[in-house]
Design a binder for this molecule. Structure first.
Ligand code: AP5
Ligand code: ZN
Length: 217
């Protein structure tokens, strides 16, 4: 299956993507995680991406699309993938369509996670992620690690993302409404959108998502 996951910052895209990718046996491709990996390796791409991410703005399309295409070309993504955080505006969605069409492929579904803004703010404020692997995500109240500040999975140090400050989150939400939300209409026109509520326990949301994807088959 080829799926796009869309939703505001802090909706739980990364959290859900980890379970959905496992259940569906497809790789989880997060452009945010790819940028963060480049930042920690101090690559040129990482330096460029950080200058935009710290302000809550989108990284320019040219580099983002090239990076996403490169990842989708890896052997593990031949039979499907779950995209998280890409596409993030209409021009990225158009570029993805062209890439897939050229390869004789198409998307199966766009899963839209709906969460009220006040919940998103709470989720982001309490989020802690692992220095070793940004897929290891915790929350100070909703998903507490067994030992404070230590990752349950690998023992790595937990930290708060630089772009999770109140001011940057406000900017990221504004960017989501103005630039990312229009892709939902873009994909609605293709009949691809399934919307679910992302409120409730993580497992409940995963079950809801799996059912919505099945119904959509
Ligand atoms: P990115 O990393 O994609 O961030 P985002 O979209 O803002 O989303 P988040 O990672 O903040 O949230 P999430 O929905 O994954 O939530 P999570 O599962 O962690 O992008 C960051 C930046 O990179 C962008 O601002 C931009 O600069 C750049 N970028 C990335 N892609 C780009 C692109 N395509 N083009 C241009 N620029 C790009 O959950 C949040 C918290 O809530 C966690 O603590 C979790 O434990 C908790 N939680 C999750 N689910 C639940 C639940 N059901 N109940 C209670 N708590 C929950
Ligand atoms: Zn870890």
């Amino acid at each position: 299956m080829r799926i796009v996951l869309v939703g505001p910052p802090g909706a739980g895209k990364g959290t859900q993507a980890a379970f959905l990718a496992k259940n569906l046996s497809i790789p989880h491709i997060s452009t945010g995680d790819l940028f963060r990996a480049n930042i920690s390796k101090k690559t040129e791409l990482g330096k460029l991406a950080k200058s935009y991410m710290d302000k809550g703005e989108l990284v320019p399309d040219e580099v983002t699309i090239a990076m996403a295409k490169d990842r989708m070309d890896q052997p593990d993504a031949v039979d499907g993938f779950l995209l998280d955080g890409f596409p993030r505006n209409v021009s990225q969605a158009e570029a993805l369509d062209v890439t897939l069409q050229d390869a004789g492929m198409k998307l199966d579904a766009v899963l839209d996670l709906e969460v009220p803004e006040e919940e998103v703010v709470k989720r982001i404020a309490g989020r802690r992620i692992c220095r070793n692997d940004s897929a290891h995500v915790f929350h100070v109240t909703y998903k507490q690690p067994k030992a404070e500040g230590v990752c349950d999975v690998c023992g790595g140090e937990l930290y708060q993302r630089d772009d999770d400050s109140e001011e940057t989150v406000r900017k990221r939400l504004e960017v989501y409404h103005t630039q990312t939300e229009p892709i939902i209409d873009y994909y609605k026109a293709q009949g691809l959108v399934v919307t679910i509520s992302a409120l409730g326990k993580v497992e409940e949301v995963t079950t809801r998502a799996m059912e919505a994807l099945k119904r959509d088959e």
